[in-house]
Design a protein around this ligand. Structure first.
Ligand code: E4P
Length: 218
């Protein structure tokens, strides 16, 4: 399972990278705005800064909603850095743009996936990644994990190479459950990744080992 971090915060990306388990980064316009990154030049520079911090794929989302605009923006993003993945919304225009980029060997991430049908369409359009939004489904009393499971089944039935990128991860158990189902990638906040290493018995056990070592080595 690949681990992506879902943020535009450089300090958090660096911290995850230093842990040695990071495979990539996802961003979206809200995450860029949260870091105060506004204006085209600053946004493009920030993507390059992220690419220079990590080794893997970095999803950069288009802001255009029309096909021509998506192609223009996507091409500009793809030219920025070889690690850039063009992130496109799950709309008619987005699917057409996804096909355009996948036909030309540009990596794509179709975002805002909330149904198995949408995921099927993204795969048909040659998406590199399809991003079902787990947490946002859970927020409206719908089982997000069930959607990941359905997509896994469909992709396996036909050998689609599109990778399931479990997005809108809110906590550590989302990651564990996605791993059990077989999501190819998860993208979540740093806190959800850090939570994986926590267990009180580990802390108690380590404290005991340190105490016993100190007793015997006084
Ligand atoms: C996916 O790529 C999105 O950036 C993200 O996972 C959305 O998460 P949210 O629902 O926590 O905003």
């Amino acid at each position: 399972m690949k681990f992506f971090i879902d943020t535009a915060n450089l300090a958090q990306i660096k911290e995850a990278q230093e842990l040695g388990v990071l495979d990539g980064v996802t961003t979206n316009p809200s995450l860029m705005a949260k870091e105060g990154i506004t204006g085209k030049d600053n946004i493009l520079k920030h993507y390059v800064a992220i690419c220079n911090l990590v080794e893997g794929d970095v999803s950069a989302e288009v802001n255009a909603i029309d096909y021509d605009g998506m192609i223009r923006e996507g091409e500009e993003l793809a030219e920025l850095h070889e690690q850039i993945v063009v992130k496109l919304p799950m709309t008619k225009e987005g699917i057409k743009a996804c096909k355009y980029f996948s036909d030309r060997g540009v990596k794509t991430n179709v975002t805002l996936i909330f149904s198995a049908g949408q995921a099927l369409l993204a795969a048909k359009a040659g998406a590199t990644y399809c991003s079902p939004f787990l947490g946002r489904l859970d927020d409206v009393s719908t089982d997000g994990l069930n959607l990941i499971d359905e997509i896994r089944q469909i992709y396996d039935n036909y050998g689609f190479e599109t990778q399931i990128l479990a997005a809108s991860i809110r906590h550590t158990m989302h990651i564990v459950n996605c791993a059990k189902i077989g999501a190819d990638v998860m993208t979540g906040p740093l806190s959800s990744i850090m939570g994986l290493m926590k267990h009180p018995l580990t802390d108690i056990g380590l404290a005991q080992f340190i105490a016993d070592f100190e007793k015997g080595n006084k």
